[in-house]
Design a protein around this ligand. Structure first.
Ligand code: COA
Length: 181
């Protein structure tokens, strides 16, 4: 278990899958992700079986928020495509419960994932891709200190329009500098 102030990250259980399927069929959530086709429970179960075969550092983690009566699942986040030679990894996040957007949870999760990536996995570079029209996510990444490093022009297509894909990253020395402040 990885603990933050209001959240914790834990491994995914089979029982979490129905909740993921519900969220990953919500267009407000999938608009920011590369999911364009409705997702079935069977597909999610296949994803789960594959996920269990992946290296454990690359398995997504469930995000849970502290409630008065315990912990509640709100989304997932984690690393993928880790290059151990270059110590570089990409991360992704979604908070499926849209009712709690804009309450600081996303920011807290990203900070916790960075701490895990740099201080536990010993990564040197953590990067992400975000659609240029995903202003909420971009705001979170900028707040946390990610640097804009590039843009793939019109690399995404949704809502009848092409959209740029932005690359952002943070290096370990930049994280250390922030932590010292
Ligand atoms: C992106 C996501 C993780 C953010 O989570 P969150 O809990 O809402 O994030 P936070 O509350 O920490 O921060 C949101 C910030 O965006 C701001 N914001 C909201 N709408 C905005 C907009 N249209 N333009 C600019 N900023 C906006 C909020 O005001 C807040 O900033 P503030 O703290 O300075 O006021 C969540 O919305 C999500 O899961 N979206 C769907 C999946 C997705 O897009 N994942 C990211 C893929 S790259």
């Amino acid at each position: 278990m990885i603990y933050g102030d209001r959240i914790r990250l834990r491994h995914v259980e089979r029982d979490d899958l129905p909740q993921f399927v519900e969220w990953l069929n919500d267009p407000r959530v999938t608009r920011g992700l590369s999911i364009h086709i409705p997702l079935s429970m069977d597909e999610e179960e296949s994803w789960y079986e594959q996920m269990l075969k992946s290296p454990n550092e690359e398995r997504p983690l469930c995000i849970e928020a502290k409630q008065e009566d315990g912990w509640r699942l709100i989304g997932n986040s984690g690393f993928f495509s880790i290059d151990w030679r270059c110590r570089s990894g990409e991360f992704g996040i979604f908070i499926g419960d849209t009712a709690i957007w804009d309450q600081g949870y996303g920011t807290e999760v990203v900070r916790l994932i960075l701490q895990h990536g740099f201080c536990t996995l010993n990564l040197h570079r953590i990067f992400l891709r975000v659609f240029a029209d995903n202003l909420r996510a971009i705001r979170v990444y900028e707040k946390v200190g990610f640097i804009h490093e590039g843009r793939q022009r019109q690399a995404e297509y949704h809502d009848g329009q092409f959209c740029d894909v932005i690359f952002m990253s943070m290096l370990r020395p930049e994280w250390d500098e922030q932590e010292e402040e």
